[in-house]
Design a protein around this ligand. Structure first.
Ligand code: TRP
Length: 334
């Protein structure tokens, strides 16, 4: 694209408030990627429509996600941060690509099966073709790498299959992207059920640290974190609660498991939990301050949104036109 750097693409859905899991697992690590890659990050609002959203709240959440990206340190001048719905090429390429995967392939997607089971009253066609829109997101920008969690690995595989199938039939249009799984980012688990991933939508509010939780709330949630009946701080499979707290502490401080074990040797769970809570609260404080400033300064965010929407639309439009031409759609008369 620019500078001959490789292209990195990722994004998050525009629903709910981001959690500490989203931050330590993804966002925090995206911040330094712009040195090495040309980075694009979408506010994936079209994907959010596969579940019913309350319009006013949805609009607010999308804006909040945009501001959180920036508040976390993603520079909107160095990274292309934009709204998926503002670049119509996503929906257009999404349609073209819908004609490539087979029903059976989409039926095997575990996220589809999970969501269909969870939302049995609204198993809409969008839920089914969700991965195809995701493929369009990625392929529009000739993406080389996509940092995603393991839960999105299958979607990346089908993206590759779609790209290869298209290229195989119609000629080279799309770069076949690589997943960037587990190379960066920690997997953060629920504070209440440490066998489960920390989730935006957990019914138990104590299970999840939200990025905009205040200091007291953060510390209280860590104090209540579920652990075990031993009282040694060490990283072991049969101690998922303590191991998760160590992962969190390590992701924030950059310390290794061994260093953390040494640091808290002989100390009880109470003081360890407090230390983790304070460290997380300290980490999030500047982000929260910056977030409040950004939300208050409407004109700044509007300006960067506009500039980045245009940039994204420019690159996406190029790929879209190439795909249309290869497929034999009649070119527009200019
Ligand atoms: N499906 C992703 C998630 O829920 C969000 C997403 C949509 C995405 N399009 C993408 C992630 C493209 C990476 C690349 O986490």
């Amino acid at each position: 694209m620019l500078d001959g750097k490789k292209i990195l693409y990722s994004g998050m859905q525009a629903t709910g408030t981001l959690t500490l899991g989203n931050y330590l697992g993804a966002l925090k690590n995206w911040v330094n990627m712009s040195e090495e890659y040309e980075c694009l990050y979408g506010v994936m609002d079209l994907h959010s429509l596969t579940l019913r959203q309350e319009p006013a709240e949805f609009r607010k959440n999308a804006r909040s996600l945009y501001a959180l990206y920036v508040a976390a340190g993603l520079d909107p001048e160095k990274n292309c941060i934009y709204y998926q719905s503002h670049v119509s090429a996503h929906a257009e390429l999404g349609w073209l690509l819908n004609c490539f995967p087979y029903m059976g392939e989409l039926q095997r997607m575990t996220q589809y099966k999970d969501k269909a089971a969870k939302h049995a009253e609204n198993i809409n066609a969008g839920l089914f073709t969700y991965p195809v829109l995701m493929a369009a997101d990625i392929l529009l920008y000739q993406t080389d790498v996509v940092p995603v969690g393991v839960d999105q690995k299958q979607h990346l595989e089908i993206t590759r299959d779609i790209a290869q199938r298209f290229n195989g039939i119609f000629g080279e249009v799309f770069t076949v992207p690589e997943a960037y799984i587990g190379k960066i980012g920690a997997k953060i688990m629920s504070l209440q059920e440490p066998e489960r991933k920390m989730s935006k939508s957990d019914e138990n509010a104590n299970a999840t640290i939200y990025l905009l939780d205040d200091r007291d709330t953060i510390i209280r949630k860590f104090k209540r974190a579920v652990t075990d009946s031993e009282s040694v701080i060490c990283y072991r499979e049969d101690k998922p609660g303590i191991s998760n707290l160590m992962d969190i502490y390590g992701a924030v401080t950059g310390r290794s498991k061994e260093e953390i074990e040494r640091e808290f040797e002989g100390q009880g769970y109470g003081s360890f939990k407090l230390a983790v809570g304070e460290t997380v609260a300290d980490e999030l404080e500047p982000l929260q301050k910056r977030y409040a400033e950004l939300i208050a300064d409407k004109s700044y965010i509007d300006r960067v949104i506009k500039a980045n929407d245009e940039k994204a639309a420019y690159y996406a439009g190029k790929t879209l036109r190439k795909a249309q031409k290869k497929l034999g759609l009649t070119e527009r008369i200019r």
